[in-house]
Design a protein around this ligand. Structure first.
Ligand SMILES: Nc1ncnc2c1ncn2[C@@H]1O[C@H](COP(=O)(O)OP(=O)(O)OP(=O)(O)O)[C@@H](O)[C@H]1O
Length: 412
């Protein structure tokens, strides 16, 4: 065992590090963890932190049992499966704020592009950090080519403010009050007050949390239906932190039900009054608010379908090895499962390597992290997921070479 001297270089310095390996054995697995030596220069990076576990069918009461350092149910991501096939696949990466969602999403996108997939990486997080992660300006709400990967990689930062404005323009005219205008536009003005129980006023005037995200995703779906976007075979979403995701999951159903009720009501009133209108020659021809609402509802239904499609979509949970982050991930996993959203993989990011130095702080921190890994292994929600361990590297992960480096460690 010895020390590691550097990780991701940004200059042409060549650096190397030495090798450390720990072998742990518990009731049914052997785990090897270590930092392999690597040499690097500005254009290429190789090796890094590895972990590998080999399953053994040992009896549970084996006397050789040692406290596990990290015994994931599977230590590799199964990237072969993720990359295989040319049909379009969507990967949504989500988790608690600051755990590394953007870094993992960007590194996955780079890996897909370098593996031959024209790839689109989309940020639906209101606090975008794709531009920072790629060290390129990707703002503007349009497709922007990312320079560096072998195959086309484009990024899209959806502006939630704009998406919300669009939504508001459906419901508000001339600065009026949303629900009143909307109902007037639908010929339901006099009923507006009696529809309080539908909570539509609240919904349209103060959009619920999660709506931004739903609109952003529906916008991407809308984009993807156009010719320009046909080429993409992998779409990676860098999503907003957990809270938004959870609210987003229930939102399409809520909108669908509310808008559905309103549209049904309108239909009833329209048919009751159409006879009178035709007598007086006042048949409506303009595209009214209900058409726009209907389109919004269709888009929400598509968001819901996308989230539930096991063949094309997967939600990957990112966490860090702390008790708080693990608890939140467990709740997220439970909610995703309850909503039938496919989830198979869990990334535990920012793991400290086994320390070779006598840094007390590092040793304590790593002990804490190992405790969190133990909790994951005993967690009914998380233990069944494929656990991918990603090391904490000693410099900030920024730019395509650094993302490639991270991606080659995480996505194997
Ligand atoms: N494995 C890692 N090793 C070292 N630094 C990392 C690692 N993963 C992420 N980071 C750093 O941690 C910070 C937060 O990462 P990132 O922006 O990817 O998180 P996030 O979950 O997307 O955050 P937010 O919730 O704010 O969008 C960044 O500075 C990133 O470079």
């Amino acid at each position: 065992m010895a020390t590691t001297s550097c990780c991701v270089p940004s200059t042409s310095t060549t650096c190397s590090s030495s090798y450390s390996l720990r072998v742990k054995r518990n009731s049914n697995s052997l785990s090897f963890m270590g930092s392999l030596s690597f040499a690097s220069n500005a254009n290429s990076l190789s090796a890094g932190f590895v972990s590998l576990s080999i399953k053994q069918n040992r009896p549970r009461n084996n006397s050789l049992q040692v406290r596990s350092v990290a015994a994931p149910s599977e230590a590799v991501a199964g990237f072969d499966e993720m990359v295989s096939g040319t049909q379009r696949k969507y990967y949504m990466l989500g988790g608690k704020g600051g755990v590394g969602k953007t870094s993992c999403a960007a590194s996955l996108a780079v890996k897909f592009a370098n593996s031959g997939h024209p790839t689109l990486v989309v940020s639906t997080d209101p606090a975008h950090s794709l531009s920072d992660s790629f060290a390129q300006d990707l703002t503007g709400g349009q497709l922007v080519p990312v320079e560096g990967p072998d195959c086309p990689l484009f990024a899209l930062e959806i502006n939630p403010e704009k998406a919300r404005e669009e939504f508001r323009s459906v419901t508000q005219k001339n600065g009026g009050t949303g629900i009143k205008d909307l109902m007037d536009g639908m010929g339901l003005g006099m009923l507006a007050e009696q529809l309080g129980e539908l909570k539509l006023g609240e919904l349209l005037d103060t959009p619920p949390p999660g709506l931004d995200e739903a609109l952003a995703i529906s916008k991407v779906i809308q984009f993807l239906e156009s010719q320009e976007y046909n080429m993409f075979t992998r779409i990676v979403f860098d999503t907003a932190p957990t809270g938004h995701t959870l609210r987003l999951l229930s939102l399409p159903d809520f909108l669908d039900a509310s808008i559905g009720k309103l549209l049904k009501l309108r239909q009833k009133i329209t048919s009751a009054t159409s006879a009178i209108k035709s007598v007086f020659g006042q048949e409506e021809t303009r595209e009214d608010a209900s058409d726009k609402l209907e389109r919004l509802r269709e888009r929400m239904v598509k968001v819901r379908e996308l989230f539930h499609d096991k063949d094309s979509t997967e939600f990957v949970i990112i966490t860090i090895p702390t008790v708080m982050a693990v608890s939140e991930s467990s709740r997220l996993s439970a909610s995703l499962k309850k909503e039938n959203v496919p989830v198979k993989r869990l990334i535990v990011n920012q793991l400290l390597p086994p320390s070779a130095s006598d840094c007390k702080f590092c040793a304590m921190k790593r002990k804490d992290q190992m405790r969190a890994l133990d909790i994951i292994q005993g967690d009914p929600e998380l233990s069944s997921l494929t656990m991918i361990q990603a090391p904490l590297v000693d410099v900030e992960i920024r730019g395509v070479p650094a993302l490639k480096f991270l991606g080659d460690i995480v996505w194997k």
